[in-house]
Design a protein around this ligand. Structure first.
Ligand code: PLP
Length: 413
């Protein structure tokens, strides 16, 4: 029984280097977050070893006495946190959760209406590169060109014309609130199922910081590692009548043995997300994002949709003659970790992209507030506007290193 550094110094060293990278850079990737070390501990626990096909009380392996208690605890906590009729905590990831819902409720070739990838949707919502588009017929709605908010009357018209069996809401780069009731009404009007993928938003929803889709949707899927701060994994919530087909679709339909260690981590995550400290982080995440959008707008940047209601800000770099790819590389060189992102109706391909997506979850967990957000915006602004000034880069790099030392990651063990 040797520690990792002794058993495999090569991997051990890479783990150490990643810890240092996390401590010495500022993470503005909207899809990432830190998680408490108790969650990493649960992920690394002996439950990583247990084979437990099936569900509590109905397993295909023996020795599940504690595993059953654990999964039941995770399910009960999850239902309570989100006010859901039913929860399945076995999906390995967000995409796995989405596939399980599709295969539970749709037949091959059925029609689905979802948000366009290039307007902020997700690959697993029927993008051409995703196998979802080979199994089902997807058509996509998008944002209105003037407001850059979801074109709800466009959704209604498409639903009337296309008669989908399911309407999917949810996005990975949409900075505004989604009117779930309106989409639920559109779905009901054409007798379609209504599914919401709240992967990015689950933590904000759990904290009550933004409205929940759970009362409005037949199915809600999410990942646990984004705003929810729970480590990797996926979850499905659904209304009571769909509990049995959803469970059958996850196992044996789409997956084999669940990762019980990850279910242990999910149980811890749902427990911690019910605390006041978690709610405070989520509210500050929103305040930091709002501040970031205002600060960029004040420096002349075009913010997609004019601002934000959630944890992310989408900046259109095209007016500056800059691509997202170039901006991402310049910022990484000084320790600011962001990601390039297409802007609605972008003429660049997604690898190049005309914009940047910036998120505030990970800096907020470090304790950063509006004062720090303003400094970060100043640095980004200086680097994007004047990348060739030889004096600026080392000065900013030093300032970032100092800020990072001042706000160590509380959760990197
Ligand atoms: C991040 C994300 C997912 C992906 O989840 P994985 O865990 O990477 O499979 C799914 N849907 C949306 C909207 C997302 O933002």
């Amino acid at each position: 029984m040797l520690p990792l550094m002794v058993d495999d110094p090569e991997v051990g060293a890479l783990v150490d280097r990643e810890k240092t990278r996390l401590q010495e850079t500022i993470n503005l990737i909207a899809a990432e977050n830190q998680c408490p070390s108790s969650i990493l501990e649960a992920q690394g626990s002996v439950y990583a070893l247990k084979a437990a096909e099936g569900y509590p009380g109905h397993r295909f392996h023996a020795g599940c006495i504690h595993t059953d208690s654990l999964e039941q605890l995770a399910v009960a906590r999850c239902r309570h946190l989100f006010g859901a009729d039913h929860a399945n905590v076995q999906p390995h990831s967000g995409v796995a959760a989405n596939l399980s819902v599709y295969f539970a409720m749709l037949d091959i070739g059925d029609r689905v209406l979802s948000m366009k990838l290039s307007h902020g949707g997700h690959l697993s919502h029927g993008a051409s590169a995703s196998m979802t588009s080979r199994c089902f017929q997807f058509r996509h709605y998008g944002v209105a060109p003037d407001t850059e908010r979801i074109d709800y009357s466009g959704v209604a018209a498409l639903a009337e014309e296309w008669r989908p069996k399911m309407i999917v809401a949810g996005a990975s780069s949409y900075p505004r609130l989604i009117d779930y009731q309106r989409l639920a009404d559109i779905a009901a009007g054409v007798s379609a199922y209504f599914m919401v993928d709240m992967a990015h938003l689950a933590g904000l929803v759990a904290a009550g910081a933004i409205p929940s889709p759970v009362p409005h949707a037949d199915f809600v899927t999410f990942t646990t590692y984004k705003t929810l701060m729970g480590g990797r994994g996926g979850v499905i919530l659904c209304k009571k009548p769909y509990a049995a087909p959803i469970d059958r679709s996850v196992f044996p339909g789409c997956q084999g043995t669940p990762a019980i260690n990850m279910i242990a981590a999910k149980a811890v995550c749902f427990h911690l997300a019910a605390n006041a400290a978690f709610r405070a982080i989520q509210h500050q995440t929103l305040a930091n994002a709002r501040c970031m959008a205002e600060e960029f707008a004040g420096r002349g940047y075009r913010i997609v949709s004019g601002g934000t209601d959630n944890h992310l800000v989408l900046i259109d770099l095209r007016p500056m003659g800059l691509t997202g790819d170039e901006a991402e590389k310049r910022l990484e060189a000084v320790g600011l970790i962001v990601n390039r992102n297409p802007i609605p109706n972008d003429r660049y391909d997604p690898q190049t992209a005309g914009g940047l997506r910036l998120g505030t979850p990970a800096i907020t967990v470090r304790g950063m507030q509006e004062t720090e957000v303003k400094r970060i915006v100043d640095w980004i602004d200086a680097i994007l506007k004047d990348p060739n000034d030889p004096k600026i880069i080392p000065k900013i790099r030093d300032a970032i290193a100092e800020l990072c030392r001042h706000f160590p990651h509380p959760m990197v063990p």
